[in-house]
Design a protein around this ligand. Structure first.
Ligand code: TPP
Length: 658
């Protein structure tokens, strides 16, 4: 191995050596503990230390770094107290997740490290968002993010690199090409010579770096960081290295040819560098012994602290309370200045006034800039707020959701417009796995609103008509809002933006231009978790939300004999179940109408809860009404047959007469 000292002084040369020694020695200790059954499984970075350490040392401490599962050297290079790392791996309280997540699955704002989720790829888009926030604030900073060569096959890799290039984001994408993704060798993973060959396709600079040569890693990354801080742009780096141990410690390396192992053993980043430093007289044997003693002492004393810590207390209330970040709802009373406007205008006003309120709020979505979005919600926004805050995105929902997460991590607010709620599937993973779980896992919040134009009755067929709220009400950590009237649409949207938690905000397309209402022109808020009491009556309770509320009112108008109590849920998570109980206790009969297909929807859960809590008050079986259990059909007649309006009328009258 050839080392070029360049302009590095002896102190730096020693720091790099010590930097690599620490994670190596920790891992060697871990292997012993693993064999003794004292710790759980482990993803080894032995042989890859030069990459984690070289990259982290090239970054400034205030610059974010996003490591993967083999990057122990990132954590040690940021000088995290070792007992906290050990406690994290043992699921103890002084770790970073209070026992809620394992190994390197955590982040820490204190050390500007954002750990991975198991799904690997979303990490790359999160780096985009963090870098975007830095760029918009004109901070001359770099963000570095890691991926294995295996995860470069995920769509997230392509999406994140493409966005970074289109937006000139200061991100260093670091591929650690270590030969295997679990048991899959590179020739079964990709079919190009070098992964950096792809950079050309993204319009991005790239470098191949010997990942086992610490001086090459550090010098090249340091040089790039300096250049990127001056002129923001993404760079793709491929570090050639090798995974010297199994995917995880229990699984072994039987499938790796011995010849390869032998070849890479000779390239060990630490032993080679140590030999070089001794030859150059940069360190002496005696000094190395001292370094090792110091590190051994640090490891042992910190391990003792972690082992001595008791196992975590189980407190159910605390677990439940920490799924969401606490939100102190600020009620802003509407002023009297009211105008009759359409649903679509109310959404637009709520968004616009929120943009005025928060200088650091960014809206992202397809065609939302000068075009104004397909529903024209953001029409005129660019002339008021500029294109950097009202950002057109490429068609890449997953990376945009991840980037919204990154903006939030770096202290900004993000609103994303899904062009149609149906397309949330393409961004599903980061919504339900990243945004939803991040506060519970490591106390970080996802200050993100995802606007979801949804719903049928508009002749748009199976992929532009779904109302898919049930995919999200199922997932702890998300809030789900679904207004039916312009007044609520505006006031709930402003609350959604104020709320630091991830909110899925459903906007029924059919209501956009058909429903009008009196809406205060000034800024105001409407609280979550409080149903609207639309109509007071005694004969039965009708519970619905979104377009269903309008259908119910229309049918009830045809049946003046039915004196119904009508509740519009407005938000599904949090859900005003107490409001439903109060109504049912008064009327003794309940019919729940949802536009979505019935099975597994919110109507089923409301029905179950009412059964459990109000059984003695019921005078009839609870009735649920929803759409036919098919995809949403296109032809008008078929769609009307699919939607629940007519079935609701039949069920309503039957319940009334029961
Ligand atoms: C979306 C997803 N699919 C599969 C896995 C299971 N898995 C975890 S790590 C891994 C291999 C990753 O290989 P690579 O990206 O090269 O990183 P390395 O482990 O080699 O460092 C696989 C298949 C996962 N975590 N997430």
């Amino acid at each position: 191995m050839r080392y070029h000292i360049g302009g590095l002084d002896h102190q730096k040369l020693r720091d790099l050596y010590k930097g690599m020694l620490k994670p190596r020695m920790i891992e060697e200790k871990m292997l012993i503990l693993l064999r003794q059954g004292k710790i759980s499984k482990w993803f080894s970075g032995i042989g890859q230390e030069a990459i984690s350490v070289g990259v982290t040392q090239a970054l400034k401490t205030e610059e974010y770094i996003l490591p993967m599962h083999r990057n122990l050297g990132v954590f040690t290079s940021r000088n995290i107290p070792l007992y906290r790392l050990f406690a994290q791996w043992q699921g103890k309280k002084s770790g970073f997740t209070q026992g809620r997540d394992r190994s390197f699955h955590f982040g820490t704002q204190e050390y500007k490290i954002v750990g991975m989720i198991s799904h690997l790829g979303p990490q790359l888009g999160v780096a985009d968002g963090i870098a975007l926030a830095d760029m918009l604030r004109r901070k001359k900073r770099v963000t570095a993010v890691f991926t294995g060569e295996g995860a470069t096959s995920e769509g997230d890799f392509h999406e994140a690199l493409n966005i970074a290039s289109v937006w000139s984001l200061p991100v260093i994408f670091c591929i650690e090409n270590n030969g295997y993704g679990l048991s899959t060798p590179t020739n079964e993973q990709y079919n190009c010579e070098n992964l950096v060959d792809r950079a050309k396709g993204y319009g991005m600079e790239s470098r191949i770096i010997d990942g086992n040569n610490i001086l090459e890693v550090y010098s090249k990354v340091d040089e790039l960081c300096k250049a990127i801080r001056k002129r923001p742009r993404p760079v793709l780096l491929e570090f050639k290295t090798f995974r010297m141990r199994g995917h995880e410690e229990a699984s072994g390396t039987k499938y790796v040819p011995e010849k390869l192992m032998k070849k890479w053993e000779k390239k060990d980043p630490i032993t080679n560098y140590e030999k070089f430093l001794l030859e150059e007289g940069v360190v002496q044997e005696e000094e190395i012994r001292r370094f090792k003693e110091e590190i051994t002492e640090e490891i042992n004393s910190n391990l003792k602290l972690a082992f001595d810590e008791p196992t975590i207390d189980i407190n159910e209330t605390k677990e439940l309370n920490e799924v969401y970040q606490e939100f102190n709802y600020e009620h802003v009373e509407p002023k009297e200045n009211v105008k009759k406007i359409r649903f679509v205008d109310a959404v637009s006003q709520g968004l616009e006034q929120s943009m005025e309120r928060y200088n650091e709020m960014i809206i992202m979505g397809q065609d939302i800039a000068d075009y104004g979005g397909v529903f024209k919600i953001t029409e005129g926004f660019t002339s008021k707020f500029g294109k950097s805050r009202v950002r057109n995105t490429p068609i890449c929902e997953s990376a945009v959701v991840s980037a919204a997460m990154g903006l939030s991590i770096n202290g900004m607010k993000a609103v994303m417009e899904m062009q149609f709620a149906d397309f949330a599937t393409s961004g599903f993973n980061p919504i339900v796995n990243y945004l939803a779980k991040v506060h519970y896992r490591w106390g970080e919040n996802a200050d993100v609103v995802i606007r979801m134009p949804c719903g049928g009755g508009v002749g748009a067929g199976p992929f532009h008509s779904q109302t898919n709220e049930a995919w999200f009400t199922k997932t702890p950590g998300l809030k789900v809002v679904y207004p039916a009237f312009p007044y609520d649409a505006k006031g709930l949207l402003t609350t959604a933006v104020n709320d630091p938690n991830p909110v899925l905000f459903f906007e029924h397309k059919g209501l956009y231009r058909s429903v009008y209402g009196d809406v205060p022109l000034d800024y105001y808020t409407v609280p979550f978790g409080k149903a609207g009491h639309i109509k007071t009556g005694d004969s039965l309770s009708v519970v619905s939300y979104g377009a269903g509320v309008h259908w119910a009112l229309e049918i009830l108008e045809k049946h003046p004999e039915i004196d119904a109590d009508v509740l519009d849920l407005r938000t599904l998570q949090p859900l005003d179940i107490e409001g439903v109980y109060t109504s049912v206790k008064k009327t003794g009969k309940l019919i729940i109408l949802q536009e979505d297909t019935l099975f597994g929807g919110i109507a089923s859960d409301i029905s179950a809860m009412v059964m459990e809590h109000c059984f003695e008050y019921l005078d009839a079986p609870i009735k649920r009404v929803g759409s036919l259990e098919t995809p949403v059909p296109f032809a008008k007649g078929l769609e009307q047959n699919y939607l629940p309006k007519q079935r609701f009328e039949v069920a309503l009258t039957a319940l009334f007469e029961y």
